[in-house]
Design a protein. Structure first.
Length: 146
């Protein structure tokens, strides 16, 4: 059993247990806790766990925290989910939630890559078909789709 609220939150997110996420946040676990692959928010986004993403954001998770090793933020979790067939609505819902939480769509990784370009123009992503008409992207100041 995890000893601290942070450990409990990390374990809850990694196992996809929403009840434990709620309990950890109620115990004042830091919603910006990190796993070995970035923040718990990014982990939940990459698994397309929408309810968990919304709860972490409501609990104060910062969508702009960068992984110290890569410079990547929670938005990169959407790119990580590209290979999960279908589920376009879930990805679009998470994109909306991250943008509403003021995720920086212009952030670059340590290699200079832009996640939103990766996510929206990659032919393997169904988002590529929807993104140009998606009002959240157009309204967020992303010049490619302005």
């Amino acid at each position: 059993m995890p000893k601290t609220p942070k450990d409990r939150l990390v374990r809850a997110v990694q196992s996809g247990c929403m009840a434990e996420v709620e309990a950890s946040l109620a115990e004042r676990a830091n919603p910006n806790s990190r796993t070995e692959r970035g923040t718990v928010l990014r982990f939940a986004v990459s698994r397309l766990w929408g309810d968990m993403v919304h709860r972490l954001l409501a609990g104060g998770a910062d969508p702009n925290l960068k992984d110290p090793a890569t410079g990547q933020t929670a938005l990169w979790g959407l790119r990580d989910s590209l290979f999960r067939d279908g589920r376009v609505a879930e990805r679009m819902s998470m994109l909306d939630a991250l943008l509403a939480a003021r995720a920086d769509i212009n952030v670059r990784s340590q290699w200079g890559g832009s996640v939103l370009i990766d996510v929206t123009v990659d032919p393997r992503s169904n988002l590529a078909l929807m993104a140009p008409s998606h009002c959240a992207i157009r309204g967020a100041g992303f010049p490619f789709f302005a």
